[in-house]
Design a protein around this ligand. Structure first.
Ligand SMILES: Nc1ncnc2c1ncn2[C@@H]1O[C@H](COP(=O)(O)OP(=O)(O)OP(=O)(O)O)[C@@H](O)[C@H]1O
Length: 533
């Protein structure tokens, strides 16, 4: 064996080891968290029984909810509804019930509303009376997306809302537009920071901020964005006079601890990518932040594309009788159906070669300028693959945790503007990023959860577009094969034989005996079509 071959062999075994280690660590963390949560629940139950106290932080939501959105259900013909500051418009009230039913059916809408308001979805921007300046900003779109249509009436009514809808379906404005509207309505009586939006990554926080600026500028409100990796001074200054803050948890806590920010007037709180924000690692930070917000009358929103059962109980502890809006049967983990998913089972050692082949396939000839996003699992892997791609002549940029914020921002801008059409990223870029015209996502290494897979591939096929996700699947991730098969089936995508060979067993996360394996793959599942204008 030559020195180069020996080096390559060593490198491959290091990669495989690192991936396995990361999967194992993730499993261990989850097990620990489950154990802690179980213990805590027992303690909480005992405590609640003893004190019989119910505050906004600990309020239990009623278990009984009514699914009013699914068309088979008995949806009452709406009268002129009014709740909080929201009054259903006359034009919407006059709409034939069949139009509403068709909308629910076409978009597979489910609304679980414990308060039974049964508010009609807004089928056009004319069905709602936002401040006219807000109307002028959103008028660039033809009509609300389904998650906007259904969630806005509840949000304008002051309800807590859990919004679950596919990747790239306009969730940012679903919570962003009512946030601005809310402050316009209350700013005469309240000053200071009233809306807080928390996001898991710096890039996503910055993107949410960019989405809000046209609205806040138009209505004369101040919005600011705080995240780590950049100096604090400017953030401290902006915080003094702003109404809406978009933040990552770490920097926000830092600023809270030094007394640079006061969240006591925050009565509109959003957790974007909510399931991520409630995972171990963020959970304590989130609790510490929420503790600082207005204790009474706070409206709490959680938005995401994936809503695993494990986070639902914890979410309920921060919310008050939330209305759950889901678009497209999201009780089961499902991917955007406009994405063509290709999964190839490969050997760990053939991945580098395979990646070069895939780049030839997706980025040559007529496709030479198309944007491709490659996901690696860990920082070291990303750095190595980046070097390898550069060595092979690719103009690749990268985002991962070992880079400075300046390097990360620069890389993302290069990719967005097309200066580079190849971005290599870890899961720091898996959620939320809305980069126009990403045609292909390549999963070089499978992520730690199937939820992350759904988010990663959701970087393509956004806002009604189509896209391709090509995944290299190796034995190291075999415990996730069953979950992946379910997602493929759910979107009517081909399931390779080699993947089924790993077994279609998948962890049933909600089961008490966490870690046990169950066979719960439904091979007969057929997808339903969702339309998006
Ligand atoms: N009413 C609308 N009509 C058409 N496009 C819209 C509408 N509202 C928002 N969009 C666009 O849809 C794209 C995706 O929106 P957004 O980033 O909010 O998706 P998301 O649902 O939050 O996705 P993810 O789950 O990946 O975070 C954005 O480019 C946004 O400008």
């Amino acid at each position: 064996m030559t020195t180069a071959e020996r080096k390559e062999k060593k490198r491959l075994s290091e990669d495989a080891e690192a991936i396995e280690k990361k999967h194992k660590k993730h499993k261990k963390d989850k097990k620990e968290k489950k154990h802690k949560t179980d213990k805590k629940h027992k303690k909480d139950k005992k405590h609640k029984k003893e004190t019989k106290e119910s505050t906004n932080e600990t309020a239990e939501i009623p278990v009984e909810t009514k699914d009013v959105g699914v068309v088979e259900q008995d949806v009452p013909v709406s009268v002129n509804k009014s709740s909080g500051s929201y009054t259903q418009s006359e034009v919407l009230t006059k709409l034939p019930q069949s139009d509403v039913d068709d909308f629910y059916k076409e978009n597979e809408v489910s609304v679980k509303d414990p308060t039974e308001l049964n508010l009609r979805p807004l089928l056009s921007f004319d069905h709602v009376q936002f401040d006219r300046r807000i109307q002028s900003v959103i008028a660039k779109f033809p009509k609300p997306t389904p998650i906007q249509s259904v969630s806005w009436p509840y949000l304008l009514s002051g309800k807590d809302v859990i919004g679950v809808a596919e990747t790239g379906s306009g969730k940012t404005l679903a919570f962003g537009v009512p946030a601005v509207n809310h402050i316009i309505e209350t700013s005469k009586t309240v000053s200071g920071i009233q809306a807080l939006i928390i996001s898991p990554t710096r890039e996503l926080a910055s993107q949410i901020y960019d989405n809000l600026i046209p609205l806040t500028d138009k209505v004369g409100l101040e919005c600011c964005c705080v995240y780590g990796g950049v100096p604090k001074d400017e953030q401290r200054m902006k915080l003094r006079k702003c109404h809406i803050v978009v933040a990552t948890p770490g920097r926000l806590l830092d600023l809270l601890q030094e007394g640079s920010v006061n969240l006591s007037k925050v009565n509109y709180l959003v957790l974007d990518e909510a399931d991520r924000m409630l995972e171990k690692g963020f959970e304590e930070d989130i609790k510490n932040i929420i503790r600082e917000t207005a204790p009474h009358g706070r409206q709490t929103l959680m938005f995401t594309a994936t809503w695993p059962k494990e986070v639902r109980e914890l979410a309920a502890t921060f919310m008050n009788q939330p209305v759950k809006v889901s678009i497209g049967n999201r009780d089961e983990l499902s991917a955007n159906k406009r994405i063509k998913q290709i999964v190839e089972v490969v050997e760990q050692r053939s991945k580098d070669r395979k990646l070069l082949d895939l780049l030839k396939k997706y980025q040559s000839g007529a496709k030479k300028d198309e944007k491709v996003l490659i996901f690696a699992l860990y920082k070291k892997e990303a750095a190595r693959v980046e070097r390898n791609l550069k060595y092979n002549g690719y103009n690749v940029v990268a985002i991962h945790g070992d880079l400075t914020q300046q390097q990360r921002t620069h890389a993302l801008n290069e990719f967005k503007t097309g200066s580079s059409n190849l971005l290599l990223a870890t899961d720091v870029a898996a959620r939320g990023l809305d980069i126009p015209n990403v045609k292909t996502v390549i999963n070089l290494t499978f992520p730690l959860t199937v939820e992350d897979y759904v988010h990663r591939i959701g970087r393509t096929g956004r806002a009604g577009q189509t896209g391709v996700a090509h995944t290299l699947f190796t034995e190291e991730a075999k415990h996730l094969a069953g979950g992946l098969v379910n997602v493929l089936n759910g979107a009517n995508q081909p399931v390779p034989e080699d993947l089924i060979k790993f077994g279609t067993h998948t962890k049933k996360k909600e089961h008490g005996a966490y870690g046990a394996f169950f066979k719960d793959v439904d091979m007969s599942k057929k997808p339903k079509k969702i339309t998006f204008d």
